[in-house]
Structures are given as C-alpha cells and as structure tokens.
Ligand binder design. Structure first.
Ligand code: BG6
Length: 299
C-alpha cells in the first residue's frame, strides 16, 4: 500500500497506509489537521478559524517567523505584524518524499515528508518592505505512524546579516485541560507574560488553572522531552532539535472570549499550546549562514 497524497492550489494532504493523516494549508504552511489511525484529531483548530488566507489560522500549527510577538525595541523587526509574516503568507509546495512500508516485515511503517518553501524572492512587497532581507526558508512536515515532525531551515541569501526568531505554535488537543500536566520543564526559568513579564522558576509539573502565557528556558537541556500528560497518561511528547525555548499558552476564559476567531468559546478547555522555538534573544545569521530547528511530537 502506498501513501495517499493529494495536493491542490491551497492544501496538501497525505494519508499513510496505516491510516494516520496530515493536512497542510499553503497559507502559512499551517498544519491544520493531524489524525491518528482511528481518525482522532490530535490538534485543536477553532471552528471559525479563517482558512481562506484572510488571517493567520487560529489553531493547528502556525509557524512564527521572523519575530515572536512584537519587538518594538528591535529596530529590524519592529514594523512587522505580531508573530511575523510566515503564518500570513502563502508558501510554495516544493514536493514530497515518502518511504514505503518495509516489505520484509510487512509492518505498516510508511512515512511521508512534505516540503514547503518561502523566500524573499516570492514574498509580497509589503512584507519585503517591512523586513528587507534576502532569505529562503524550507519548512518540512513529516508524518509517521506515531509522530508528526516539523522542521525549518532558514538561509541568509543576502549580503547583510539579519536576526530572527522561530516558533512552532502547536495547538495540542486535549480532552480536559483540568486533567492536564506538562512535565519536562521542572526547575526551568520562565518569563511570565501574564504577570508583568516577571522572571520565575517552575517548581514541579505545569498545571493550567488560569490564563497562562510563559516563555520557558528549559533547564534540562534540549533532549529532555516536554510531555503532556492527561489523567495520568502520556498523550504527547515533544522533542526539540535546536529549538531552545518552549512557550506554554492557554488563553483561558476571558482571552478566549475576546478572540473573534476562537470558537467554541469553551475551546480553551480542549487545547494547550506547547510551542517549541528560539524566541528568547535572537538568532543571528551572517550571509550564507543557515539556521535549522525542528520538533517531533510523538503520541
Ligand atoms: C503565544 C504568545 O505564543 O501566542 C501569546 O505567547 C499570544 O502572548 C498567543 O497571545 C496567540 O497569539 P495570536 O497572535 O495568534 O493571537
């Protein structure tokens, strides 16, 4: 059996022989669906998320580049919209590569990688004006029977250096946020964006009991997975490669109520954003330099 693959002018989707599937919108190269073999959705996507390119997608995995939030004090990116232009720009589908199930064992372990591209050559004039650097980015989405991987490679193709930030803004779907615990960030220092950007230290596992918006600097190093546990069971395990920071976000009641594209309004109970990125400080790229960062989310 082969990987079933479809692609049109706005979406790319793939279904593995073992039944898992992924769907990626060219707008933002946003992953909007990831299902297991039983058809259970693993990502949270707002019922009224704009999928027509009029606004960044509320849910799935929006890709944040080249700035996290806004950076009024960082002259080179201060004019960009919040979270940058990558999630608001149509990417090009570059192609796919798949590995078939191993014939010797008969195991259904086929996987597929989908590649998307964005560069200053194809970026719209407005974004180019706001961020006048020559760059190219390749974003890869890899689906295996038990994981979803996303990775970015950014290259400075110009003759002046630039600084950037990258974040994979993953909305993980959970059944009940009250029963969720996030481990792997114990003893990590974090910036608490809902408490005046104070620096604090995480003690024990993270639980969500109100609006949560934190930028963690993981204490345990990059190979320690960040694990989402629900009712005592591991539901997601996020492993990072060269993405040194982790944002944990849940809007809770009021913030969800205030977002026009967030439905149902109780959706905050069914999501937790665990966002792997490099957002504390800047990644500097000299001409011809390349930055590479990736995450693998296992179920
Ligand atoms: C998180 C930020 O990454 O994204 C939050 O830490 C922000 O501060 C959230 O509210 C959602 O951002 P947006 O632009 O998609 O509403």
């Amino acid at each position: 059996p082969q990987v079933n693959f479809t692609h049109n002018n706005s979406r790319v989707s793939a279904v593995l022989p073992s039944g898992e599937s992924v769907e990626v919108l060219l707008f933002g190269a946003t992953v909007i669906s990831w299902k297991d073999c039983a058809g259970n959705e693993k990502l949270w996507l707002s019922d009224v998320a704009k999928l027509d390119g009029s606004k960044a997608v509320r849910g799935g995995i929006p890709l944040v580049f080249p700035v996290f939030g806004t950076a009024p004090d960082h002259a080179a990116t201060s004019k960009l919209p919040s979270h940058g232009f990558a999630r608001n720009t149509k990417w090009e589908f570059l192609g796919r590569s798949s590995s078939e199930s191993s014939p010797s064992t008969g195991a259904s372990d086929a996987s597929i990688k989908l590649d998307f591209g964005l560069s200053s050559a194809t970026l719209d004039d407005k974004s180019k004006e706001l961020w006048p650097y020559t760059f190219s980015a390749i974003y890869s989405v890899t689906l295996t029977p038990d994981s979803l991987g996303t990775g970015i490679v950014v290259t400075n193709d110009g003759d002046k250096p630039f600084e950037c930030q990258v974040l994979m803004h993953t909305y993980l779907r959970v059944k009940d946020i009250a029963k969720v615990e996030v481990t792997g960030l114990e003893d990590s220092e974090y910036i608490d964006k809902v408490d005046g950007a104070k620096t604090k230290k995480q003690s024990g596992a993270i639980t969500i009991t109100g609006e949560t918006d934190r930028v963690y600097q993981p204490a345990k190093g990059p190979s320690e997975p960040v694990v989402v546990i629900e009712s005592g069971e591991t539901v997601f395990s996020v492993v990072r490669d060269n993405l040194k920071d982790v944002v944990v976000w849940n809007p809770w009641t009021e913030k969800a109520a205030g977002m026009g594209d967030f439905e149902p309004k109780t959706g905050w109970k069914n999501m937790i954003c665990v966002e792997a990125g490099s957002v504390r400080g800047w990644t500097a790229l000299e001409p011809n330099d390349t930055y590479q960062g990736a995450q693998t989310i296992s179920v």
